[in-house]
Structure formats: C-alpha cells, structure tokens
Design a protein around this ligand. Structure first.
Ligand SMILES: [Cu+2]
Ligand SMILES: [Zn+2]
Length: 173
C-alpha cells in the first residue's frame, strides 16, 4: 500500500469509529431567589440506567424542602416563576419519586439539618440526559416547604427559594 493510500484508509477507519457524544454528568449551581440566602451545587451522574443526584445546599430552614426539575432553564425572575411548571413531558400527574405516575421532574424532597444544610445522595430512574426526558437546559428548584408528593399540581411546596440551570458537566471517568 502506498503511503497516501494508507493515510486514506486510516482516515476512513477513524471517521467510522463511533463517537460517544452522550452526556453522563450534569451540574447545577443554585442561586437564591429574592430575599433569601440558599446556595448549593448539585451533580447528576448517569449510573447504568439510573441517575445519581448528589449535592450540598446551605441556608435552608431545618426539615424537608421540595426539590424538582422545572420546565425552563430560566431563573431570571426574582421568584424564579420564569422556570415554569414541573418538567412533565409525559403529561402525568404530580407525584413522588417512587410513583410511576409522576412528573419527570418530581424528585421529592431534600432534608436540611438543624444548621440548615442538606447533604444528599439520591438515585432516580426517570430523569435522563437525552431524549424527551432529558433534564439538560432545564431548571432545578428548591422550595420553601415539603412536597407532600400528592397534591396537584406541585405538592404544596410553596415558594421557590433557589434556582439553577442544569448544565453539561465534565465526564468523571
Ligand atoms: Cu418545584
Ligand atoms: Zn410535579
């Protein structure tokens, strides 16, 4: 084989190599809405068919706080109303993370300790990084009150205390 033919063949082989453009890690930096001091960082990592959600959020009142993916990655309004409703591509009812009938964005609650700090690690089997249930570009919202996992349309979780956009994270391997 001539050198130029070899280069041609190698270029064809490299071009045919499947390129994995899939996202396996996403990251959210939470910013407080007007009038409070909630801050935090949350990571989403694909593990087989599930997504592990880990994070640390500070400035909360002790106890449970609703924790959802909302439709729009727009945290610009002072009360984060611009993020829209719960992310619900399947037109389901509001529910808890263990329910089959739930919004894709229904991640339930996080719980803050007496110092107002929530350290958590959850696993969810509905959110994804591609296809119709992809959370990329949408918003993560932390609420004032617990999500009761039942009431429509959003679990009576009250005001939005912090909001952040779900961004593509650096691969962790
Ligand atoms: Cu919410
Ligand atoms: Zn919901």
């Amino acid at each position: 084989m001539s050198p130029s033919a070899f280069v041609f063949v190698m270029a064809a082989v490299l071009a045919a190599e499947p390129v994995d453009t899939g996202v396996h890690h996403a990251c959210v930096v939470l910013h407080p809405t007007a009038g409070n001091k909630i801050e935090g960082t949350v990571h989403f990592e694909q593990i087989a068919k599930d997504v592990r959600i880990t994070g640390r959020i500070t400035g909360l009142s002790p106890g449970k706080h609703g924790f959802h993916i909302h439709m729009f990655g727009d945290c610009s309004a002072p009360d984060a109303a611009s993020a829209g409703d719960h992310f619900n591509p399947g037109h389901a009812d509001h529910g808890g993370p263990q329910d089959r009938n739930r919004h894709v964005g229904d991640l339930g609650n996080i719980e803050a300790d007496k110092d107002g700090v929530a350290n958590f690690s959850l696993v969810d089997d509905r959110i994804t990084f591609d296809g119709p249930a992809s959370i990329l570009g949408r918003a993560l919202v932390v609420h004032e009150k617990p999500d009761d996992l039942r009431s429509q349309p959003s679990g009576k979780s009250g005001a939005r205390l912090a909001c952040g956009v779900v961004g593509i994270g650096e691969p962790k391997e």
